[in-house]
Design a binder for this molecule. Structure first.
Ligand code: ZN
Length: 343
């Protein structure tokens, strides 16, 4: 099969022929139609996330089951599927509680610990593949369908974790990024008022089109004050995709009574928050990682019934992957991008 191989940190993709994967017990092989291209996998390509080489990256796939292991009953050849990003055990306390992102026997990520979707075929444990609803038009929109498993599911989980209500004002930090744009869409879907915070002016329009009521320049020093003024006393929910020391402090300072702050990653550096404000306003600080399998399935259903539609603005063939990832590194992609593998 053809595969885009990464042979070292920061190296160019090598489009090579490698042996087709073969499904062993409990596994399935899927023919990949498209695979989404987001910053998470660009971090691997650039060497900021460590993996063993050679490696095939990518996890936001649309594909069809090509082969299943002898004992696999959950899938059959021809089933249209996407995949779950985390490799989880399915049996530990956290998996049983529908919180797989906390799995005690977590064995890594698709496209990092094992080969991912930037190849004609992908082999994974059968339970990692999730069937597409029959009403989802994956044949005409494979790139959009493929990115649902992360770009829509991650915001869906945030809406749930932060208990976003229609009366809430939600501020999204890093709103113009691939996840941020979809977070705006989902916050609107939840009928909240949405303030987008973005530092690249060329992305302001995309934030508005995704549903933001207001867009604020993220480079402003008076960001907390501006947010407090816009929300008449403080935001209800701050969702921080940047999660630098500064954005977290700005988000925390802008929270109103009962406010919730959600972090989704970032620098890992500590930030300062005022414990008196936490007490007096009964603030909540929440971490939210990816999504559960249930949330991915629900996200597929939300798109299938037309509630939200993923924004994929750049789709290229495998030969164009290197140039596409240069755009990802620059941060110039609006929404998501994808690689057409066999479509
Ligand atoms: Zn588990």
């Amino acid at each position: 099969m053809k595969a885009l191989l990464l042979c070292g940190p920061g190296e160019r993709f090598q489009l090579e022929e490698i042996p087709d994967p073969v499904a062993g017990p409990g596994e399935a092989v899927v023919k990949v139609i498209t695979c989404g291209s987001g910053l998470t996998i660009q971090h691997v390509k650039a060497g900021r996330t460590k993996v063993d080489y050679p490696r095939v990256i990518g996890h936001e796939i649309t594909g069809e089951v090509e082969e299943v292991g002898d004992d696999v009953t959950s899938l059959k050849v021809g089933d249209p599927v996407t995949c779950y990003f985390y490799l989880t055990c399915g049996t530990c306390k956290w998996c049983r509680r529908n919180r797989e992102t906390l799995c005690e026997k977590f064995t890594g990520y698709v496209g990092r610990g094992v080969n991912g979707g930037y190849a004609e075929y992908i082999k994974l444990p059968a339970s990692t593949f999730l069937k597409l609803p029959s009403s989802l038009d994956y044949k005409n929109h494979p790139a959009e369908v493929g990115v649902i498993s992360d770009a829509i599911a991650t915001p869906v989980k945030v809406i749930r974790r932060a208990r976003v209500l229609p009366t809430d004002t939600v501020a999204v930090f890093g709103a113009g990024g691939g996840l941020g744009i979809h977070m705006i869409m989902l916050a609107r879907w939840a009928h909240a008022r949405v303030i987008a915070i973005e530092s690249k002016p060329e992305k302001f329009d995309a934030c508005k089109e995704a549903g933001a009521d207001e867009v604020i320049d993220g480079t402003r020093n008076d960001l907390p004050e501006a947010l407090i003024e816009l929300s008449s006393g403080g935001i209800d929910v701050g969702i921080d995709f940047v999660s630098s020391e500064q954005t977290l402090e700005h988000a925390a300072a802008a929270l109103g009574k009962g406010g919730r702050l959600v972090t989704l990653g970032g620098s890992g550096k500590p930030f300062k928050a005022d414990p008196r404000a936490m007490l007096e306003k009964e603030l909540e600080f929440i971490g939210s990682r990816y999504a559960t399998k249930q949330e991915v399935t629900e996200s597929l259903e939300l798109v299938a019934r037309g509630d939200v539609w993923p924004l994929v603005t750049d789709i290229r063939p495998m030969e164009g992957a290197e140039a596409l990832h240069e755009e990802l590194e620059k941060g110039s992609i609006i929404g998501r991008a994808a690689i057409r593998i066999t479509a």
